[in-house]
Structure formats: structure tokens, C-alpha cells
Write a protein that binds this ligand. Structure first.
Ligand code: NAD
Ligand code: IPM
Ligand code: MN
Length: 369
């Protein structure tokens, strides 16, 4: 067997807490399924600032490039609220995405049967939901220039950000969405605000042209982003794959997480382009942040992080059986009635982060026979 090189970056807040639980699952995969991992770990975010004075060191970027996959926790700490913008903990994840060219952020929102009751929406609205949000992740208003805060002649200031999308940036992420749709429900909904923004109008034109040229077998629809937010709450099952820009994708995926019961349930994969040697840079992380409000309490839901590792096995290593095994273990644990606080409902058994992680591993043992 080939040894898989993993770079593990737990980060801040609940990042290290949920990463501890994934480590159990990674170890189980080595032990029970014979997958050899070569694991290295490093500091990012506020944890790196505290030791190295920067949110991410160049050598961590180099290690990320050399790894077969990066498993990322979350960054952000109110302690660093007053550092300069270039030094904020969040720079770590933004820089990793940009330096590794991780342009397609896959955010699946899937409702586990046992959790249809946990959503704040009615179970009949969310039961069986399985959508994939493909968020562009290295462009748009997150990275466009000019940007900054300028002082005006009268002493007041203005803050500037710029939304930019080029034809090739739109095409490559749309291609990911269409390819995914072909393996699923064969439907893509492209989301922008072409009624207000030129970047949105170009987005729509480029997606439409690519669809006509190469993906006529997939159904393509278009939706304005504000309507999409409403439709996701009104009737989320109308969607299969949603493809959208960086900022809209960020908002819509946090919204979609609540359809599944909690922000603590949603994993993600962020993929780059396949290089000349057939390698594809990839980073896996939950969509939630460092959750400072619950950090250190041992109550965070580790399932988004564990499901991110399942995505890693699926997308980076083509280990579909092992990925499905983790997802089934999570489904069984939820069916057994265990709940972290964020997905708790009456009659269920509330547990902390570690008990949930241990339960997933026990379930993996059972499933593996
Ligand atoms: P957040 O996602 O950290 O938390 C939002 C809410 O959801 C909080 O009430 C939190 O307790 C809850 N929550 C999140 N994950 C949970 C889990 N696994 N289990 C149970 N509850 C969970 O968003 P925020 O509070 O707006 O941001 C906090 C910090 O995290 C900020 O610094 C932000 O920039 C950063 N952030 C980082 C990432 C990332 O690293 N990719 C993503 C989002 C936010
Ligand atoms: C996410 C986060 C990040 C983003 C922040 C921390 C930079 O919210 O991964 O969803 O906005 O992309
Ligand atoms: Mn976000």
C-alpha cells in the first residue's frame, strides 16, 4: 500500500477539540482498514500567531503543497481582534486556499434521517434533503482589488472591496459543478445577482455558454441570490447542485447547514486543479468556525470534522467504501439517539464531543464486522 501524506491543521477554538475526535477515526482507518497515513501537524490561525507572530508560516504552505491532502479545523479568535488585517487568524485559511489554488469549495448539505426532527424547519420540508453547494473560493469580492480603508480629505474614511470574476475563473468552477451533477441528480442551479452586478451578469453568461457547449445533458437553471436564500428555506429539495461565487456561497452554505440540524454537521472539500502528474491539491474542513462561545467546554459537535475526513477519503483517495463507512457510522450513532447540544431534541441522550467521537469509532468497529 502507498502511504498517504496528511497535513493536519487544527487551528483555534473548537478546532483542536473536534480534530482530536477525527484523529480517532484516522487511527481506526489505519488499524482496521490498513490505510497507511504519514501524518504531520502544525499551528495555524491564532495558535500560530501566539508562537510565531504570523497566522500561517510559509513552511506550512510548502508542507500543504507536498501533502496528499490537508485536514483543516478552524481559525479565528477574538483575542486577536485588534491585529492588522493581514495578520488576522482567518488569513491562514484564505492563504491556503489561494496559494494552493483551491478554487472549488464543495459543501454538501445532507439530512440524516434521524436528524430531520433537529432542524428548526419542519421535518417534512427537510427530510431526505441532499444538495451540494459548489462555492467559488479563491476569487470574487474576497480577493478583488482595489481594497482597503482610505481616509478621505474630510477625515472620515471609506472601506473598499471589489467583486471581480473572469471567464476562466467562472468556467473552472462551473465545470466542477456540472461534473458533480452528472454523478447526482443532473441539475445545476447557478446563483448570482446579474440584476445588480456586472460580475454576476458575466457569471450567468459564461455558465450558460459552457452548459450549451459541453453539458447539455445536465439541466441548468439560474436564480438570483436573494431568491435562492428564500427558496432554500421554502423548499430546499428543489435543488440538486448550486454553483455560486465566494460570498454568496459562504452565506448560503451556513444557511443550508441549519436545514441539516446544525452548523456542526456540515463538512466541506476544497479542490484545486489536477496538475501534470495527476495530483490535485485539496483541503478538507467543516464549514463552521472556531466557535469561541463554546470553545473549551467539550460540547462541540465533532461530526462536521469527521464527515470532512470522509470527504477526504472520497475525493483525494477514491476510497468510496471507507468514506461511506464513516457516513454510515455517523448515521447509526445518530439513529441510536446520541446528540451533542447543538442537535439535541427531547428524548435523546445529550453527550459531549469525546463521547460522540468514541461512539463513531465503536460503530465503525461494528460495521466492519
Ligand atoms: P462559528 O461558525 O464559529 O459559530 C457560529 C455559531 O455556531 C456559534 O454559536 C457556535 O457555537 C456554533 N457552532 C459552530 N460550530 C459548532 C459545532 N461544531 N458544534 C456546535 N456548535 C457549533 O462562527 P462565528 O462565531 O461567526 O465565528 C467565530 C470565529 O470563527 C471567527 O473568528 C470567524 O472568522 C471564524 N471562522 C472560521 C472559519 C474557518 O476556519 N474556516 C469558518 C467560519 C468562521
Ligand atoms: C468559511 C469561513 C471563512 C470564509 C473565513 C474564516 C475566512 O467563514 O470557511 O466559511 O469566509 O471563507
Ligand atoms: Mn463561512
Amino acid at each position: 500500500t502507498v502511504t498517504k501524506k496528511l497535513l493536519v491543521l487544527p487551528g483555534d477554538g473548537i478546532g483542536p477539540e473536534v480534530m482530536t475526535e477525527v484523529a480517532r477515526v484516522v487511527a481506526w482507518m489505519g488499524r482496521a482498514r490498513g490505510i497507511a497515513f504519514d501524518i504531520s501537524e502544525d499551528l495555524v490561525g491564532g495558535a500560530s500567531l501566539a508562537v510565531h507572530g504570523v497566522p500561517i508560516r510559509d513552511e506550512v504552505i510548502v508542507a500543504a503543497r507536498a501533502a496528499d491532502a490537508v485536514l483543516f479545523g478552524s481559525v479565528g479568535d477574538p483575542k486577536w481582534a485588534s491585529v492588522g488585517f493581514d495578520l488576522r487568524p482567518e488569513v491562514a485559511i484564505l492563504k491556503l486556499r489561494q496559494e494552493l489554488g483551491l478554487f472549488a469549495n464543495l459543501r454538501p448539505a445532507k439530512v440524516f434521517d434521524a436528524l430531520a426532527e433537529a432542524s428548526t424547519l419542519k421535518p417534512e420540508v427537510v427530510a431526505g434533503l441532499d444538495i451540494m453547494i459548489v462555492r467559488e473560493s479563491v476569487g470574487g469580492i474576497y480577493f478583488g482589488t482595489p481594497r482597503g480603508i482610505e481616509t478621505l480629505p474630510d477625515g472620515t474614511k471609506r472601506g473598499i472591496n471589489t467583486e471581480i470574476y473572469t471567464t476562466s475563473e467562472i468556467e473552472r468552477v462551473a465545470r466542477v459543478a456540472f461534473d458533480l451533477a452528472r454523478q447526482r441528480g443532473k441539475r445545476v442551479c447557478s446563483v448570482e445577482k446579474c440584476n445588480v452586478m456586472e460580475s454576476g451578469l458575466l457569471w450567468k453568461e459564461v455558465v450558460t455558454a459552457l452548459h450549451a457547449r459541453e453539458y447539455a445533458d445536465v439541466e441548468l437553471t439560474h436564480m438570483l441570490a436573494d431568491n435562492c436564500a428564500m427558496q432554500l428555506v421554502r423548499n430546499p429539495r428543489q435543488f440538486d447542485v448550486i454553483v455560486t461565487g465566494n460570498l454568496f456561497g459562504d452565506l448560503l452554505s451556513d444557511l443550508a447547514s441549519m436545514l441539516t440540524g446544525s452548523l456542526g454537521m456540515l463538512p466541506s472539500a476544497t479542490l484545486g486543479a489536477v496538475d501534470g502528474e495527476g495530483r490535485r491539491p485539496a483541503l478538507y474542513e467543516p464549514i463552521h468556525g472556531s466557535a469561541p462561545d463554546i470553545a473549551g467546554k467539550g460540547i462541540a459537535n465533532p461530526l462536521a470534522q469527521i464527515l470532512s475526513f470522509a470527504m477526504l477519503l472520497r475525493y483525494s483517495f477514491a476510497m468510496e467504501a471507507e468514506a461511506a463507512l464513516i457516513e454510515q457510522a455517523v448515521a447509526n450513532v445518530l439513529a441510536s439517539g446520541l446528540r451533542t447540544a447543538d442537535i439535541m431534541s427531547p428524548g435523546m441522550a445529550q453527550v459531549g464531543t469525546s463521547v460522540m467521537g468514541e461512539a463513531v469509532v465503536r460503530e465503525l468497529d461494528k460495521l466492519n464486522g
